[in-house]
Ligand binder design. Sequence first.
Ligand code: ADP
Ligand code: MG
Length: 265
Amino acid sequence: MPPETPPPEIDCSGVSKRFDGGTEAVRDVDLTIAAGQTTALVGPSGCGKSTLLRMVAGLEDPSAGTIEIAGAPPSETLQQAGLSIAFQDPSLLPWRSVRGNIELALSLARRPVSDSEINQLIALVGLNGFADARPAELSGGMRQRAAIARALATQPGLLLLDEPFGAVDELTRRQLAQDLPRIWEARGTTTLLVTHSVSEAVALSDRVIVLTPRPARVAADIVIDLPRPRPEGIGRSDDALELVERVFAELTEAMAAEDTPLAAQ
Ligand code: ADP
Ligand code: MG
């Protein structure tokens, strides 16, 4: 199903973030993300990935530089329900069921609530039979999957995913890695994905941005020229494995340049 508005391009120009306490999380990031592409951000933990994503989501303001989504400030896109975000720590409303959480997202976005669409999304993330369960009745991985379904429900032009598979078991993770690209390919969604899994970044993305240790700067920008739609098992192909090695090499170099122990990842 095509989105109501075309997917947006994201343009970050000289974006920096220093928090009030003095922590500098992001420094001078220039990045243009083409409409309809999936881009992965990888980097050592604590380097500033989530901060960058939150700024793109309009949840945090840069302390320097500008971010534009289809030429508008992110807060505008957020207000118009043009973007969805799923965090590692899913912020589901505890008193609402999985279905209720998805329905709320739809009504906040002023989108019609279609039961069959909601059922499809719930099935897609493997939560069949749990539509009426409340978050407390679900495992951490199931809550994350519910948050992904909620993020997809409004059919946003821009989808921001912050380590959304962290607590998801491996089998489901593999299934999601197979199914999610189909959705954003079909809808032409612009997707920005933070992940600590390099192989996942390669399997899912058109482009992998390697960030330095904090403050995050762009260390490398790697085009993932694997075929679309991604055939099943592409992540285990020689081409994909070669790209995974390249990303690791860039990460290692970025970390060595900072003289930071590799164990920090
Ligand atoms: P990552 O997602 O790459 O693990 P984050 O973007 O969450 O990293 O954090 C980058 C740095 O910014 C960390 O040192 C973190 O403690 C700090 N930080 C994140 N959010 C805030 C905040 N709201 N106030 C102060 N410091 C923050
Ligand atoms: Mg993070």
